[in-house]
Design a protein around this ligand. Structure first.
Ligand SMILES: C[S@@+](CC[C@H](N)C(=O)[O-])C[C@H]1O[C@@H](n2cnc3c(N)ncnc32)[C@H](O)[C@@H]1O
Ligand SMILES: O=c1cc(-c2ccc(O)cc2)oc2c(O)c(O)ccc12
Length: 238
């Protein structure tokens, strides 16, 4: 059979192992349907320092469907950056929905704030400038928070994901979702360590540990979707 797969023409890791297929997906199904303000924020973020960290629009598209299917009203996000996933979440929850959004970097959040204001969804957002762990621990101290969140999105420091999971599992309700971004890390999780650039090795190690922890956690059912940089969707079952 003819091999229709083109060889990769750059060394940028692509989970699908075909840049053309990845481009086809975003150009056919994602960009044409991306809400205008999200598109503008994504384009602005590309020129912001470390702009590559923004949640991918294809992951965002999947999250939009999940939020709607879940009728999510009370959500929490760890890792806001310039706010792509935050604005996307705000656009997909009802008028009286609430997002607790935590990030150590208020400056980056303020880059996206005009887009949030323009969309008329600022009232849904409680932005907290802080490392996430102490905020999660504080939320856990109040019994009225336990099992009340419909949806959690985690896209911050990768080496803390397991610690976040141990807290969030008690904040999210049974039937609610915890969604972890970057769990395939551009495919690096299957590369031999020595082939990965030294600066990326700690991320690779952290994500392998996260994937093992989530895959063996009996409190959730999971699906690791090879969308964007890898999106692990966990549904709390116990
Ligand atoms: C990958 S970016 C988030 C991207 C964002 N979801 C988006 O859609 O653009 C990671 C963010 O995590 C934040 N962060 C890193 N360590 C953190 C911590 N310990 N607590 C809270 N936020 C943290 C960084 O400041 C950064 O803005
Ligand atoms: O290359 C990265 C790095 C991060 C990152 C690093 C350190 C932190 O404290 C938080 C995040 O996040 C990324 C990311 O979310 C992504 O989609 C691509 C690349 C990176």
């Amino acid at each position: 059979m003819e091999n229709i797969e083109e060889p990769m023409d750059s060394n940028v890791p692509v989970i699908l192992q075909s840049e053309k297929l990845a481009e086809y997906i975003v150009e056919t199904a994602v960009y044409p349907r991306e809400p205008q303000l999200l598109k503008e924020l994504r384009e602005l973020t590309q020129n912001y320092p470390r702009g590559f960290m923004g949640t991918s629009p294809e992951s965002g598209q999947l999250m939009s469907i999940l939020l709607k299917l879940l009728n999510a009203k009370k959500t929490i996000e760890i890792g806001v950056f310039t706010g792509y996933s935050l604005l996307l979440t705000a656009l997909n929850i009802p008028l009286d929905g609430k997002i607790t959004a935590i990030d150590i970097d208020r400056k980056a959040y303020e880059v996206g704030l005009p887009f949030i204001k323009k969309a008329g969804v600022e009232h849904k957002i409680d932005f907290i400038e802080s490392p996430a762990l102490p905020i999660l621990d504080k939320l856990l101290q109040d019994p009225s928070n336990l099992g009340t969140y419909d949806f959690a999105f985690i896209d911050a420091d990768k080496w803390s994901y397991v610690k976040y999971h141990e807290r969030l599992i008690n904040l999210v309700k049974v039937g609610g979702l915890l969604v972890y971004d970057d769990t395939l890390l551009g495919g690096f999780v299957v590369w031999p360590e020595q082939d990965v650039e030294a600066s990326h090795r700690p991320y690779r190690k952290a994500l392998i540990e996260v994937n093992d922890a989530l895959a063996t956690d009996p409190r959730v059912e999971i699906a690791l979707a090879s969308v964007g940089d890898g999106l692990t969707i966990c549904r709390r079952i116990a």
